[in-house]
Design a protein around this ligand. Structure first.
Ligand SMILES: NC(=O)c1ccc[n+]([C@@H]2O[C@H](COP(=O)([O-])OP(=O)(O)OC[C@H]3O[C@@H](n4cnc5c(N)ncnc54)[C@H](OP(=O)(O)O)[C@@H]3O)[C@@H](O)[C@H]2O)c1
Length: 239
């Protein structure tokens, strides 16, 4: 059975992604920074008849936590087939570029950008051992500079600017990493799951976690002819 690690999978889009990957037959290593929340999430999946799921404690902002998670996984599996860098935070609002605090900007980048980078770095050797390694960086349409620069009446302007910058940086990471591994068996993509009803946005999102997770799962399981180094929702999202 193939193995997938999903960060921030104790709730929201990550939790639903865990369910869908498990239903496809993957052994799901359900990442949770808080043990108790992870135990609850695994229990909920097991109560719904999904048993190929195991909790792994991982805080993507804490390098010691990531290393411990890697060491734990290395004792259980030979290869990691899929890494889904899903953990993310919105940060405090408003967060305009002229007035938002640097502390908030750093916190948002710590999770959404540096968190994904350092998690990937720690798991890359295990991914290399897979026949078809896949990395999905869960980005956002808000990371699209093209969309922002085209918009003249964005009602969210100033509300999610730090978050948007962190997702743009995450997309740059996707491009650089995919470039590094071009011509190899790796497929590495950024996915915008869509505006989804979760805690992240106070449940104002208009899509379901099922729809969001389906987009992530598609690229987490993309075949050998699939793209790498791209940014997708249902279609290509402009950078
Ligand atoms: N919802 C949307 O409309 C939307 C749109 C585009 C992109 N996204 C992206 O989708 C991803 C999932 O978001 P969501 O909407 O499902 O939000 P969510 O329900 O708030 O879930 C976020 C998850 O990330 C975890 N997390 C936060 N900081 C972490 C850290 N330092 N280490 C490990 N885990 C951490 C949270 O854990 P705790 O429970 O411990 O806080 C939680 O499990 C994020 O990357 C987000 O930016 C969401």
């Amino acid at each position: 059975m193939k193995n997938v690690l999903i960060t921030g999978a104790n709730k929201g889009i990550g939790f639903e992604t865990a369910r869908q990957m498990a239903q496809l037959g993957f052994v799901v290593h359900l990442g949770s920074r808080e043990k108790a929340r992870g135990i609850d999430a695994v229990r909920m999946l097991k109560e719904s008849g999904i048993f190929n799921v195991e909790l792994i404690e991982i805080d993507v902002t804490n390098i010691d936590s990531i290393k411990e998670a890697r060491q734990e996984l290395e004792t259980k599996i030979v290869a990691l087939d899929v890494l889904i860098n899903n953990a993310g935070i919105a940060g405090e609002q408003p967060q305009s570029m002229s007035k938002g605090t640097i502390e908030n900007l750093r916190r948002v980048f710590d999770t959404n950008f540096f968190g994904a980078v350092q998690t990937t770095q720690q798991f890359i050797d295990l991914l290399k051992k897979s026949d078809e390694p896949r990395i999905v960086n869960v980005s956002s349409g808000l990371g699209s500079l093209t969309a922002h620069s085209r918009t003249t009446d964005n009602p969210n302007m100033g509300m999610y600017d730090a978050y948007s910058c962190s997702k743009t940086a995450l997309n740059a990471f996707t491009v650089m990493l995919a470039g590094e591994f071009r011509g190899t068996k790796f497929k590495i993509n950024s996915i915008g799951p869509g505006y989804t009803e979760t805690d992240l946005n106070g449940h104002s999102g208009t899509q379901t976690v099922e729809e969001a997770a389906r987009r992530i799962v598609k690229y987490a399981t993309i075949g050998v002819d699939g793209p790498t180094g791209g940014f997708f929702k249902d279609d290509v999202i402009p950078w």
